[in-house]
Design a protein around this ligand. Structure first.
Ligand code: ARG
Length: 274
């Protein structure tokens, strides 16, 4: 029998895809030859926003800026735990300026902001499970975030950070291959991780929902859960079935345009944990 899956109200930060394009390629999903339907992207993004609001969550908005087409992937701008914001420092010059926009948001809203010295892409490569082992940060490296940033995050946030090596360039951020389903449990695609990292995850999360390649390719791991409702890319129907079998409630959203930039639900949603 599955335990009851209890939702918890969340606060999120999103950025509308007003200037979204694929004009450079910094991950294997991006193809500058494939046209993007920006109107559809905006429509789909609004669908995601309405879904989160409909579930009773609070949604803040970050103003989009021209010339920063990836700003819609708001998860990359920072990582927030217990009211402290560990800022991002992007790997690619095309995204560098996004960090300042996020910083300005947090500072103007009274959050404690700590600027990073190390390269890290915020919630793209960091996630937090408050009820796992007393409060655990999981962190990815191998493509974007430097391992030195994992140590820096631990110093800034005062929680143990478990470093996980990503090995498949298609799953270049932790959040493309792993997501919390609630405060203590995760879903993940084992093959995106080194053999050693797979072993670490199996040890820490024996009840995890394991995804397969089809789920991962459909961006089914790039999900946002409130502990009960699992918002995920509509394409990932197999993943929806797996989370349903584990007692959660899948909430599919259509985000096909944003997949062209190499992201989906989670990439668009930063969680503000006070
Ligand atoms: N085009 C963006 C990049 O490659 C996509 C970022 C996706 N965000 C995420 N949290 N995985 O940087």
């Amino acid at each position: 029998m599955n335990q009851p899956r209890i939702p918890r109200k969340r606060t999120y930060l999103l950025c509308p895809p007003e200037y979204f394009t694929v004009e450079y390629a910094i991950n294997p999903w991006m193809d500058t030859a494939t046209p993007v339907d920006r109107e559809l992207a905006v429509k789909q993004w609004h669908g995601l926003r309405e879904t989160l609001l409909g579930l009773g969550h609070t949604v803040h908005e970050l103003g989009p800026e021209p010339g920063l087409p990836d700003m819609v992937y708001a998860a990359n701008g920072a990582f927030v735990v217990d009211g402290t914001v560990y800022g991002a420092r992007f790997r690619h010059p095309q995204r560098t300026a996004e960090a300042a926009a996020h910083r300005a948001f947090y500072e103007s809203h009274g959050w404690r902001f700590v600027a990073p010295a190390e390269t890290n892409e915020g919630e793209g490569d960091f996630t937090y499970l408050p009820a796992a082992h007393g409060g655990l940060i999981l962190a990815g490296y191998g493509f974007r975030t430097e391992p030195a940033a994992h140590a820096e995050a631990q110093e800034v946030l005062g929680r143990p950070v478990v470093s996980l090596r990503l090995v498949d360039p298609r799953f270049y951020h932790l959040d493309t291959a792993l997501a919390p389903l609630d405060d203590g449990n995760i879903a993940y695609f084992p093959e995106a991780f080194s053999v050693a990292a797979q072993r670490v995850l199996a040890q820490l999360f024996p009840d995890a929902v394991r995804a397969d390649e089809v789920d991962a390719f459909g961006f089914g791991l790039n999900l946002v859960s409130d502990g009960r409702h699992v918002v995920l890319n509509a394409e990932a129907s197999g993943m929806a079935a797996k989370v349903a079998a584990a007692g959660y409630l899948p909430v599919p959203v259509e985000l096909s345009e944003l997949k062209k930039g190499g992201g989906s639900v989670k990439c668009c949603v930063a969680e503000l944990r006070d």
